[in-house]
Design a protein around this ligand. Structure first.
Ligand code: C5P
Length: 231
């Protein structure tokens, strides 16, 4: 029993423009993925972690958590959804389809235990994700020649920014991702695959500091949050 965590970590981190995939960039002297795995290993009720890494990844074997008995490695795929599906396929032969799976980005090392407990609370839907209500006013852009102009302003009161973890039962998430990928739908998170199959995952308000490391400027921000967290 207990829940499993899937960590897609097979991306190249193009937007970071660094010499290696962003999940291996050092933050406070430790690879980002190592910080994320250390965080997850402290979640009460954890049964295990499946990390999806690239086939020829030379870095993973060297991080401190790679040899941990709760950490399993699988080969990821071309897109994030392929990487997650590969991890779910590995799990499907080992645990029942009702098993709760949390999918969590390698690039989000700051998620707090409070957020995990909110997501796993008894009264939360089996399909749910951490998300943050939008704080900026959001504009839908349109092309006007070579410029972008405002087509309209969105109703901010209904806009949420999706974070991770995102939770679902193993078997249903596996089916929805497989079918979404077959249809060629652009799937950028687990909830969107569930939505395509007609589900309505619950939005659970998370904290603002659950930042995804994407651009170089995110690194000092995340380092200062981690310094407070682990001080
Ligand atoms: O690019 P983005 O920041 O959205 O990536 C989110 C997560 O998905 C990262 O942890 C990245 O390593 C992972 N990913 C993956 N396989 C891919 C592409 C991205 O596991 N093919």
């Amino acid at each position: 029993s207990g829940f499993w965590v899937v960590v897609p970590a097979a991306g190249v981190g193009k937007r970071m423009g660094a010499d290696r995939p962003k999940q291996y960039l050092p933050l406070l002297g430790r690879p980002l993925l190592s910080l994320t795995l250390r965080n997850i290993l402290a979640w009460p009720g954890l049964a295990g972690i499946v990390v999806a890494v690239s086939e020829d990844d030379p870095y993973f074997a060297h991080i401190a958590e790679a040899g941990h008995p709760h950490v399993h490695r699988v080969t990821g795929g071309a897109e994030r959804a392929d990487s997650v599906l590969s991890a779910l396929n590995y799990l499907a032969g080992r645990v029942p389809p009702e098993t709760t799976v949390l999918v969590h980005d390698a690039a989000r090392p700051c998620v707090s235990l409070d957020d995990i407990q909110s997501l796993l609370a008894d009264d939360v839907s089996p399909m749910a994700l951490l998300a943050q209500p939008a704080s900026d006013t959001l504009k839908l852009g349109a092309s006007d020649g070579n410029r972008q102009v405002v087509e309209k302003t969105l109703d901010r009161s209904r806009i949420w920014q999706a974070q991770t973890p995102q939770r679902a039962p193993l078997g249903e998430l596996q089916r929805c991702l497989r079918e979404g990928l077959e249809r060629g739908a652009g799937i950028t998170d687990e909830a969107s695959a569930l939505e395509l199959a007609g589900h309505q995952p619950q939005l659970v308000e998370g904290q603002r500091d659950n930042i995804k490391v994407t651009l170089p400027g995110d690194i000092p921000l995340v380092e200062s949050i981690l310094r407070l967290r682990y001080a």
